[in-house]
Design a protein around this ligand. Structure first.
Ligand SMILES: *Cc1c(COP(=O)(O)O)cnc(C)c1O
Length: 399
């Protein structure tokens, strides 16, 4: 592992703004679950760039679609349409139509934060003047742009940037009474993750989500579900909300949707989407041909391989194996979005570093938990290899 990854590029100081901390490794190439660094060392990628490369690195179908589209047409602006965007929008509305029973419409954007920004603007326009507040949960993560940050239920992340935009309040996750108490006539929407990803891979209780849905119906509030991390088959269903059997009004997506090509989307039921009028929202890169060609290729490929089933089957296999590793006290999550809670006295950051050193990429999602999100195409042999590395690391680090 290079002590300072930039040295290999003949650069004496870090050319990036210091928002991410010093990178440990410079990755050069990937294929499926495997990654190679600039020294030629091989790694197993059990993080997928945070649940992004769900179809594996350099997926041939996705790469071919991106290359083909790059040779055909990249971008034309939203004054015009293009076949790639139209096809991706039809596929996405059809997937969400099947999952919700509702006709809906999508707006394409470039990231999860942008998808949530669009959803928050939709909620404000839906609520009308004086009814613009959005309630979200402590421990949530909705992105880094100002409104998405304000919705994010992590006060420490707000602190350096106060004052936050107005109209955001937070309640404890999985606590219906607290949510009900936070609703007043200024509230337009509730925004939740089906599994809090960045918050430590904490699933919403299915009965809680169903009660939230009922409360939103009673009070005329929109239920917005942030599926940026949980969507696109990651949890074993196309969307995380399907585990609870709830039907959201608005869904935001990004991460795995482009398998690494930057793209996001907000979907809303037709009558909700209809509150947006021409001029209300936009983005130069909304529905650009190259990004939406990637989206179509991802959906085609996920359908072809039945990615939700793979996430369920490999997820069951991985979590069962992890449960028998000494030093792991809890495995939580759904499908292939998992976290292992480590025994007392084991620090997740040390486990992450030791695993990385042995060629396994994971993430210390909290001080005491490691997040695992391998590609949905991961093999049983790769799962066994990763679990063996973690077992060795935990044996070494257990007090
Ligand atoms: C990653 C993430 C976001 C932010 O997505 P970006 O593409 O980084 O802007 C928002 N919500 C959830 C649940 C996420 O996991």
């Amino acid at each position: 592992m290079s002590a300072h990854a930039f040295a290999t590029q003949g650069q004496s100081y870090c050319p990036f703004m210091p928002v991410f901390g010093a990178p440990q490794v410079m990755f050069e190439r990937g294929s499926g679950t495997e990654l190679w660094d600039t020294d030629g060392k091989r790694y197993l990628d059990f993080l997928c760039g945070i649940a992004v490369t769900s179809l594996g690195h350099a997926n041939p179908a996705v790469s071919a679609a991106i290359c083909r589209q790059a040779d055909t047409l990249l971008h034309v602006s939203n004054f015009f349409s293009n076949p790639a965007a139209t096809r991706a929008a039809v596929q996405l509305t059809s997937l969400l139509g099947d999952a919700t029973g509702h006709e809906g419409q999508v707006f394409f954007c470039n990231s999860g934060a942008e998808a949530n920004e669009a959803a928050l603007k939709l909620a404000r326009k839906f609520g009308g003047r004086g009814r613009h507040a959005v309630v979200s949960a402590f421990g949530s993560f909705h992105g880094r742009t100002l409104a998405a940050l304000a919705a994010t239920g992590q006060p420490a992340k707000h602190e350096p940037f106060q004052p936050m935009p107005d109209g955001f309040r937070h309640v404890p996750f999985n606590d219906l009474a607290a949510l009900e108490a936070a609703i007043d006539p200024t509230v337009a929407a509730v925004l939740l993750e089906p599994v809090q990803g960045e918050g430590g891979v904490v699933p919403a209780d299915p009965p809680y989500l169903r009660d939230v849905r009922a409360m939103c119906d009673e009070r005329g509030l929109l239920l917005i579900l942030d599926e940026v991390q949980t969507g696109c088959a990651r949890t074993g269903t196309w969307f995380g909300f399907q585990h609870a059997g709830v039907v959201p009004d608005v869904v935001t997506l990004a991460k795995a949707m482009g398998n690494g090509f930057p793209v996001g989307a907000v979907w809303a039921k037709r009558e909700v989407a209809a509150v947006f009028q021409p001029g209300d929202h936009g983005s130069t890169y909304s529905g650009t041909a190259i990004a939406t060609a990637a989206v179509s290729a991802v959906i085609d490929e996920m359908q072809r391989i039945d990615a939700p089933r793979l996430a369920r089957e490999r997820g069951a296999e991985l979590s069962a194996a992890l449960r028998s590793v000494p030093g792991v006290v809890e495995v939580r999550g759904a499908g292939l979005l998992l976290a292992v809670e480590l025994a007392d006295g084991i620090d997740a950051k040390s486990v992450y570093l030791a695993a990385l050193d042995r060629g396994l990429v994971t993430n210390a999602v909290t001080g005491t938990a490691l997040r695992l999100a391998p590609p949905l195409t991961v093999s049983s042999a790769e799962i066994a290899e990763a679990v063996a590395i973690l077992t060795a690391v935990l044996q070494e680090l257990r007090p």
